[in-house]
Design a binder for this molecule. Structure first.
Ligand SMILES: CC(C)(COP(=O)(O)OP(=O)(O)OC[C@H]1O[C@@H](n2cnc3c(N)ncnc32)[C@H](O)[C@@H]1OP(=O)(O)O)[C@@H](O)C(=O)NCCC(=O)NCCS
Length: 199
């Protein structure tokens, strides 16, 4: 199990601030096998939000899902964690699915929805993707998930029905017109290979 402090000055140096409504969130790459924040965010999501994220009912993260979702390498699987204070509140990620394409996914703790965290995570992840040579993004969202659809439209992704009430985006993207994070800081941090998080 990893041990981390989100509030120590040392950790702050390697995090990127994002101004969200009334708060500052801090973003950093998720470390390999760093399960605690993944579970903290998951535990703070309602069954409906979990369904929106995974497109099926997920009452708990199984060990196998946890392994998959924390097997980040900074290249083929990139995940960034957003925290407020010392509380993990959101994760944005992409998995490469081809030489220049990746699938993106996001989750934010329910009580922090609508404050701009999703946009900050989207800006971060798309910035890393762009500098990593990714030109096309894929995403699957519920037809009823209008907030997520609005977010994806901010980076130019168009959604088409895929069946079963699910919409699919698969195509070129651009960065958000209005940056939500200091992109040069994101790029600098992204270029450092993900390290196990120490105390
Ligand atoms: C989808 C999700 C990640 C969005 O995160 P969030 O922090 O609530 O989103 P944000 O507050 O950054 O942004 C969403 C809103 O800001 C709007 N917005 C942000 N920047 C904007 C801009 N520059 N111009 C216009 N609208 C903007 C979005 O369109 C959206 O509008 P709404 O609040 O009226 O719905 C979150 O709701 C969640 O975790 N849901 C459950 C899991 C899920 O659905 N994941 C997505 C599928 S993988």
């Amino acid at each position: 199990m990893s041990v981390f402090s989100f509030t120590s000055p040392i950790r702050r140096v390697s995090q990127v601030p994002a101004a969200i409504q009334g708060e500052t969130a801090w973003l950093r790459p998720l470390g390999p096998d760093e399960a605690d924040p993944l579970h903290a965010v998951f535990d703070a999501m309602s069954p409906e939000s979990r369904y929106a994220r995974y497109l099926q009912a997920v009452p708990e993260l199984t060990p196998s899902m946890t392994r998959t979702l924390t097997a980040v390498d900074g290249t083929d699987h990139v995940a960034w964690l957003a925290s407020i204070g010392d509380r993990p509140v959101g994760i944005g990620r992409y998995f490469k699915v081809g030489p220049c394409s990746a699938e993106i996914a996001f989750e934010v703790a329910d009580e922090f929805h609508g404050l701009g965290l999703g946009a900050a995570l989207l800006d971060t992840v798309t910035t890393v993707a762009a500098v990593s040579g990714i030109r096309e993004l894929q995403a699957l969202v519920l037809g009823s998930n209008h907030r997520s659809q609005r977010l994806l439209s901010l980076v130019g992704l168009e959604l088409a029905p895929q069946g079963g009430g699910v919409l699919e985006a698969d195509g070129p993207f651009h960065l958000l017109e209005q940056p939500r994070v200091e992109r040069p800081m994101v790029v600098r941090l992204a270029l450092v290979a993900p390290q196990p998080v120490a105390a």
